[in-house]
Design a protein around this ligand. Sequence first.
Ligand code: AMP
Length: 208
Amino acid sequence: MTASATGSARFLIVGPQGSGKGTQGVLVAEAFGIPSVSTGDVFRANISGGTELGERVKSIVEAGDLVPDELTSELVRDRLSQPDASTGFLLDGYPRNQGQLDDLDEFLRSRGEALDVVIELVVPREESIRRLHQRAIEQGRTDDTEEVIANRLAIYERETAPILGIYRDRGVVAEIDGVGSLDEVTSRIFANLAERGFQPAADAAATA
Ligand code: AMP
């Protein structure tokens, strides 16, 4: 269950690769009791599971390029149509460009919904690169090689960063300084969400 002024908790977390958005996104989703929907995780799971979808996207993901919008948007629509996402969800890594933003707007509008908060993790380029190299050593992800990292960051700067301007105009962007320890960044996110009237149910009960 979630507590907010509107009763819904529809969040998106955005940040360059290596910003820690995956980790922070899961923490927020758990606290609010909402499903975390990471398109990157879905693609990776399908690739390692050898599914038909995995076969289709493998070379694209390994090159750090974007999977076609149509395919990605359909996957997200299916996931958000599940009952557990009816009052809230946390999107991680989608939308990533203008086409996907338009697809998501159309889908949410058709249900009388909209994103409540876009959590933007702000991390300087050099720091993202440093963290991605660290992750490459620790996790051995096939898309964490030098060349692919550069491609993914370039795509982020060219296609993803601009869509933040659209959300900013709508007044839903929570800009969070993503430099610091995991706990520090988590605290900043929760403090900002609370200022906007979004508190996890347990906290809300404690302060009621
Ligand atoms: P991530 O874990 O979010 O960095 O995603 C890993 C990879 O999955 C990306 O480099 C893309 O190849 C693919 N991917 C994830 N999300 C999307 C998306 N919204 N649109 C297109 N491709 C995506």
